[in-house]
Design a protein around this ligand. Structure first.
Ligand code: ATP
Ligand SMILES: O=C(O)[C@@H](O)C(=O)CO
Length: 414
């Protein structure tokens, strides 16, 4: 195995798995910490999907270290710790502690931290993370339901989380190419936030990072890694994916601006939609049977079930229930609906939101995923393993995808 990756959420893992597959590697995405004696077959990259992003740091460290052990035992030559391209975490967050722990496990003193993903408008310049034209701290991420991001200076943000010293390798160095950057990495002590504003920068970083045992970042920084292991470039499979017959559904638990736009576009296009009210779920006024009745009522269509709401509405619910309990209420409900839909014969699930996808995939009992065609950057169709029937799953990161995502995704299934 060339690359063994640990991702802190499910959609992030799928995003990374797609990136590695597009660059030619045979990739297997596994769900949860793999068993110690796992056989990954012929996979050249294995991406472990955890649900650790919002867990207390010590839990995230334990899960990440356990995953690293299995990946290293299976021969991983490089470890990759994948977190969100918007650096989702709190000051008590996981990115620093997990990076510290993986460095210690590997006996290494240096790594990079680069969440840049330019195709999805995440760039890092002078150590500051931009989302589109805005600093992270001015972007809608300042209102994220679980980890509001209020500081765009990643040296500072990671510095508050990690014991390992954090410094910056700025654009002036990256722009001089892989050899100059590799020299800077040789001199590095600790973790370097590395600037990147284009795919060319990410390929430079990929080449320069060839000798690092640990890479950390978004999926973008994986762009240049497969080439370090392959003798010649390989073309990815772009054919539509065969999917089991059965009904399809869209489940949206993300409250990101992109998902809210996708919900609005789907409704405007005539998709039957059921809006969930988190308080009504918490108080037992909305039950799983209501969702079942709704999908049965729209037997000829692809129904949308969504809890996506504006920041003010989310805040109001959180004030009553607490931030995590509000999230869990919706996640548990969508997980229960998913189980019921599977029993009802649904085989195609499009899910919006990383935490939401984690809950849905757990409810379906999926143990691994094979990557299929790309719907939009960072979001492929996948096929489930471990389920009695193969299911088609599209697990969309909250902020990814064009406005018509919920409508167009189905064209890639046959
Ligand atoms: N109406 C709501 N009120 C309060 N919390 C909600 C509501 N709808 C969803 N949530 C919770 O908000 C969280 C959204 O996180 P999720 O990871 O699914 O989406 P995201 O953060 O936009 O996506 P990603 O992690 O892929 O960027 C979940 O815990 C979800 O249950
Ligand atoms: O990096 C991203 O933005 C995504 O893969 C993700 O992690 C969203 O949860």
């Amino acid at each position: 195995m060339f690359i063994g990756a640990i991702a802190d959420d499910l959609t992030g893992a799928t995003d990374l798995a797609l990136m590695l597959a597009r660059e030619g590697l045979e990739v297997l995405q596994v769900v949860g910490v793999p068993a110690p004696d796992s056989d990954f077959g012929s996979a050249e990259a294995v991406v472990v999907s955890l649900k650790s992003r919002t867990n207390p740091a010590e839990e995230a460290v334990a899960m990440s270290l356990a995953s690293a052990e299995v990946l290293l035992a299976a021969g991983a030559r490089q470890l990759f710790f994948k977190y969100c391209s918007t650096f989702d975490s709190t000051d008590e967050g996981n990115i620093g502690p997990v990076t510290d722990a993986l460095l210690k496990r590997l006996g290494e003193t240096r790594t990079i931290a680069c969440p840049a993903f330019p195709v999805n408008k995440r760039t890092v310049y002078k150590g500051h993370l931009f989302v589109g034209d805005e600093l992270l701290s001015d972007s809608p991420m300042k209102d994220h339901p679980l980890n509001p991001m209020r500081d765009a200076n990643l040296v500072r943000v990671l510095g508050r989380q990690a014991k390992t010293p954090v410094s910056l390798i700025a654009y002036e160095t990256v722009s001089q190419g892989p050899d100059v950057l590799a020299e800077a990495l040789e001199r590095l002590k600790g973790i370097a936030i590395v600037d990147a504003v284009s795919d060319a920068d990410l390929r430079t970083i990929g080449r320069a990072a060839k000798g690092l045992r640990l890479i950390t970042g978004g999926s973008g920084v994986a762009l240049g890694l497969p080439a370090n292991f392959l003798e010649a470039p390989r073309a990815p499979d772009t054919e539509p994916m065969a999917a089991a017959p059965g009904r399809a559904v869209v489940l949206a638990g993300s409250c990101s601006t992109a998902t809210r736009r996708q919900v609005a576009a789907a409704i405007a296009a005539g998709m039957p939609a059921m809006r969930l009210d988190a308080m009504a779920i918490a108080e037992g006024r909305t039950r799983v049977e209501d969702a079942l009745a709704f999908v049965r009522e729209h037997a000829d269509a692809i129904p949308l079930i969504y809890s996506s709401a504006e920041p003010e509405a989310v805040r109001a619910v959180q004030e009553q229930l607490g931030r995590n309990a509000a999230g869990e209420t919706v996640e548990h409900y969508l997980a229960a609906v998913t189980q019921a839909l599977k029993d009802e014969g649904f085989t195609r699930f499009l899910v919006a939101g990383g935490e939401t996808s984690g809950a849905v995939v757990a409810a379906l009992g999926v143990s691994a995923l094979r990557i299929g065609p790309e719907i939009d950057p960072g979001v492929p169709w996948t096929v489930s393993h471990g389920t009695d029937q193969k299911l088609a799953l599209a697990l969309k990161s909250g902020n990814f995808g064009t406005d018509d995502f919920f409508i167009k995704a189905w064209d890639l299934l046959k």
